[in-house]
Design a protein around this ligand. Structure first.
Ligand code: AHR
Length: 495
């Protein structure tokens, strides 16, 4: 079948919230320590302890929002252990992630500094599982109270006079699992109670995010919406793309087999069904779509790289991950009426990371490049896309061969992202720019692709997978003719 895509340049479908391009960094493995924080005395060049190379790479992504400190770690984290002189901070065991010592050197002040340097919004996840209401309440007071108060005074003693601006606050994480193994009825009540004391001080207005469902646990969403919708601004959802079985073997990150490729993309596309069904339940209680669906953990989860600490969740990142990222963004764009934020897991050295580090070295992953290429969609106006595309078949199963999304940026340029899911065959596409009146328009683009389905960057070959100029698109009479190579992600700009 021919691949025909109509970009309706005159049918606008709301804004693609830039927070869809959000991130998540947990005290897990080498994400925070080594990956972001090296300390002020490190030989690795740093800004007040935060490594400069990672900072510069992440800055280039225009990260809009960063979630911290977990994950499972959040429900064991006691923020008061992570403030004051670093040498006096309490050491604890990170029981979830490798049983290693956590020295609390990266705490609230360091995280807020990171966000300031990245110019992104902090999204802090509070501790419901093992923390008290008072502890959560005081954390918010510590960060945001302007004036005389026990916590604000303490913050000032620790070197920060002005309160920080804090918009996003999560009330616990995975409360159905590592965050307390609760039933939704119980968590809904706890959520109502804890969030009461997450106060808005002065001008600071907090967007409260309730801990949401695991994958297809629709009952969780139903109960939370029924019992607590009135008290929340966002409800989370976690879904990871795991080609195998979570407990018996997830699959290798660099597996070259087409079967693994196919199943990974198929599972990535499952996100569409999950969002549709969770949204439908949310619509019942919130028809005006005031409450955002916040997918604050998503991405690939493979077996850890052989020879690395199993608790550190370090994995390689291939062109397959790039396709997973591109497909997710297209799904999130399609649901921009409900999906207000997403946070990939995780930013550095953990799961589907942007960058990998080894000592003083750093490489960018294929996923990084997709985030960088797609940043043109951040806060852009979504354009309606009508696509009729062929299929990519494997072993009698079918997936759509091509995925497309389009938006108009504030500067008037139209950006079109395309994914060819087939690792073996190219795809020819016609894209009609319906409603466009500019006959003088020109097209340019970039492509991320590879020769092999497990192609990835290493410290020895850091640029094996990286975007290059794309010459496979021509524009004539408002129609784009595009030749997509196999397993490729392309972003075209029409201006
Ligand atoms: O991202 C790794 C872990 O996955 C998080 O800590 C947890 O929330 C989820 O189960």
């Amino acid at each position: 079948m021919e691949n025909k895509v109509i970009i309706n340049t005159d049918i606008e479908k709301g804004i693609i919230n830039k927070n869809i391009y959000g991130h998540f960094a947990e005290h897990l493995g080498r994400c925070i320590y080594e990956g972001i924080w090296v300390g002020e005395d490190s030989p690795i060049p740093n800004t007040k302890g935060i490594r400069n190379d990672v900072l510069a790479a992440l800055k280039n992504l225009n990260i809009p929002v960063l979630r911290w400190p977990g994950g499972c770690f959040a429900d064991e984290y006691h923020w008061k252990d992570g403030i004051g002189p670093r040498e006096d901070r309490k050491r604890m065991v990170n029981t979830h992630w490798g049983g290693v010592i956590e020295n609390n050197h990266f705490g609230t002040h360091e995280f807020m500094l990171l966000c300031e340097l990245l110019e992104c919004e902090p999204y802090i996840c509070g501790n419901v599982g093992s923390g008290t209401v008072q502890e959560m309440s005081e954390w918010v007071e510590y960060m945001t109270f302007d004036g005389e108060s026990p916590m604000a005074n303490w913050r000032q003693e620790n070197g920060r006079a002005e309160p920080w601006k804090l918009k996003y606050f999560g009330v616990g994480n995975e409360n159905w699992g590592c965050g307390g193994h609760m039933r939704p009825e119980y968590y809904a009540d706890l959520y109502r109670r804890y969030q009461t004391y997450v106060r808005n001080y002065g001008e600071n207005k907090i967007y409260k995010i309730a801990g949401g469902a695991n994958v297809d646990d629709y009952r969780w969403t139903e109960v939370l919406m029924r019992e607590a919708a009135h008290f929340m601004d966002g409800l989370s959802l976690h879904y990871y793309t795991i080609p195998g079985d979570f407990w018996k073997g997830k699959g290798a990150a660099t597996d070259p087999r087409e079967e693994q490729w196919f199943i990974t993309l198929k599972k990535a596309l499952h996100m569409e069904e999950l969002i549709t069904k969770h949204s439908k339940i949310m619509d019942k209680y919130d028809p005006d779509k005031r409450i955002g669906l916040v997918i604050d953990e998503w991405g690939t989860w493979f077996d850890v790289e052989p020879g690395t600490n199993p608790g550190f969740l370090y994995q390689q990142n291939t062109i397959r991950d790039a396709l997973v990222a591109g497909l997710h963004f297209h799904i999130f764009h399609r649901h921009n009426d409900r999906v207000q934020m997403t946070n990939i897991a995780q930013t550095v050295n953990v799961l589907q990371a942007m960058v990998l580090t080894e000592g003083e070295k750093m490489i960018l992953t294929p996923t990084y490049h997709v985030f960088e290429m797609f940043k043109v969609h951040q806060d852009a106006t979504k354009l309606q896309v009508d696509a009729t595309v062929g299929t990519y078949e494997f072993n009698g199963e079918q997936l759509p061969a091509v995925s497309a999304s389009a938006s108009r940026a504030k500067d008037g340029k139209i950006n079109i992202s395309l994914c060819n899911l087939n690792p073996k065959e190219g795809a020819a596409l016609t894209l009609q720019l319906r409603g466009m009146i500019d006959q003088e328009a020109a097209v340019s683009g970039r492509i991320l692709s590879a020769e092999e389905s497990n192609a990835h960057n290493t410290f020895e070959q850091p640029d094996r997978v990286k975007p290059v100029a794309f010459t496979g698109a021509t524009l004539e009479n408002n129609q784009l003719n595009v030749e997509l190579p196999p397993m490729s992600v392309v972003v075209l700009t029409v201006e």
